[in-house]
Design a protein around this ligand. Structure first.
Ligand code: PLP
Length: 412
């Protein structure tokens, strides 16, 4: 990875695939993984991934700091997970009901997550956040839901960041507060009045393009108290952060427990699975709502999840990612300083955001990342990144060398 790699431009396998895709896929690719949003030279297509390394269709290799935007937590193609996948595949995946592994997984999660008395499964994070709200409304018989301004909770009309194709009615019962701002939270609760069903909160503030912000203990405690006073559900959206910070849930270190939590991304190391966990009070509502999908009882991702969570527990995954993330943060700080550049590193070290100071349009961030990519590190200029348990000190150090080239380029 230390070798300079030539950016994919004309005549590359990547650009040929992109040209073909433009004809048959609207915009070339839907959603967040569209490389058109990334600096020049970023590949769209990959042929292989192993541990914390990615290989693109032109044969370039990178140390990966996006981890599929979160799902890959043990490393790409982790042997124990893939073995569990092969074994379950050989027995059956999509049947007329789940395999016994469903019960094993539910028991494991109820054991790991202190607030969880039960859990149900889906496929994507959006399934989980949407189910949390449906369950909260069914239990309380109320309609209003509070979310933080700018927070991402999924890609359906009630929460999509785009207004294209969304009606005002889709969001009729949504009210907003500002993350970490108790006064705004209290005002929104008051506005909802007796109709407050749920307050939804992310593990921390991780809005794209902005510095991340951890919740203050006062804010988290006030949110819990407001839910207790009003009878509304506290819904923790742990889709992005879940299992990277604390295996019991991201607010465990704060001592504040939600009523319902939404999980997905890292739960099965890249296999499609989401979960909702909840307290006893919400069990009946979770029984009555109609939440399902053709693939929601698929057993292979459940087997992958049992293997993933068991391994994370065995190796204390969050502690490893914290050590590697701290090494990355310290190394980036030292190198930026050396080149006379001011950067702002925010969020938990396992999920870092790196921005340049006074770079409102991320121009320096783009130049930095494009150069680091050429030297073998796949970083993101404005979204939080993800460490995995496969990152070693040598991988982080290789990425720091690549970052050094990026800083040198920006300094010039
Ligand atoms: C905090 C949060 N909630 C919900 C979602 C939606 O998850 P999914 O994309 O799996 O539907 C995401 C996805 O990035 C997320 O980061």
């Amino acid at each position: 990875v230390s070798e300079t790699q030539t950016a994919t431009k004309l005549n590359s396998a990547d650009s040929a695939l992109r040209a073909r895709a433009q004809r048959v896929i609207p915009g070339g690719l839907w959603g967040h993984q569209n490389a058109a949003h990334l600096p020049d030279g970023y590949p769209q297509y990959f042929t292989r991934a192993e541990g914390c390394h990615l290989i693109d269709v032109d044969g370039r290799q990178f140390v990966d700091f996006m981890c599929s935007w979160g799902p890959v937590i043990l490393g790409h193609r982790h042997p124990a997970v893939e073995q569990a996948v092969r074994e379950q595949t050989s027995r059956g995946d999509c049947m007329n009901g789940p395999a016994p592994v469903l019960v094993e997984l539910a028991e494991l999660i109820v054991d790991m997550v202190p607030h969880a008395d039960w859990c149900i499964f889906g496929k994507n994070g959006t399934d989980a956040t949407t189910t949390c709200i449906t369950v909260a409304r069914a239990e309380t018989g109320r309609r209003k839901v509070l979310t933080a301004t700018g927070a991402y909770h999924g890609a359906v009309p009630w929460c999509s960041p785009s207004v294209a194709g969304v009606t005002a009615e889709d969001r009729a019962h949504l009210l907003h507060y500002t993350f970490n701002d108790i006064a705004s939270l209290e005002a929104a609760v008051e506005q909802a009045g007796h109709d407050l069903a749920a307050i939804v909160v992310s593990a921390f503030r991780h809005d794209m393009g902005k510095a991340q912000e951890l919740p203050t203990p006062e804010f988290a405690r006030r949110m819990r108290a407001l839910c207790d006073e009003t009878g509304a559900a506290l819904v923790l959206d742990d889709v992005r952060a879940g299992f990277r910070l604390d295996l019991g849930g991201s607010w465990e270190p704060l001592g504040v427990r939600p009523d319902l939590s939404a999980w997905s991304k890292a739960i099965a190391n890249g296999h499609a699975l989401a979960a909702v966990t909840g307290r006893e009070r919400f069990r009946q509502a979770a029984t009555t709502v109609f939440t399902t999908g053709s693939f929601w009882c698929g057993s292979v991702p459940m087997a992958a999840a049992v293997a993933t969570l068991t391994e994370l527990r065995r190796i204390d995954g969050p502690a490893h990612m914290a050590r590697m993330g701290q090494r990355l943060r310290d190394g980036l700080a030292e190198r930026a300083l050396h080149h006379g550049l001011r950067i702002d590193q925010s969020g938990p070290v396992q999920m870092p955001t790196v921005l340049f100071v006074d770079d409102p349009e991320w121009k320096r961030g783009f130049a930095f990342c494009a150069e680091a990519l050429r030297h073998g590190a796949y970083l993101h200029p404005k979204h939080n990144m993800f460490l995995s348990c496969a990152h070693t000190e040598a991988d982080v150090d290789a990425a720091l060398e690549a970052a050094d080239a990026g800083f040198r380029h920006v300094a010039r």
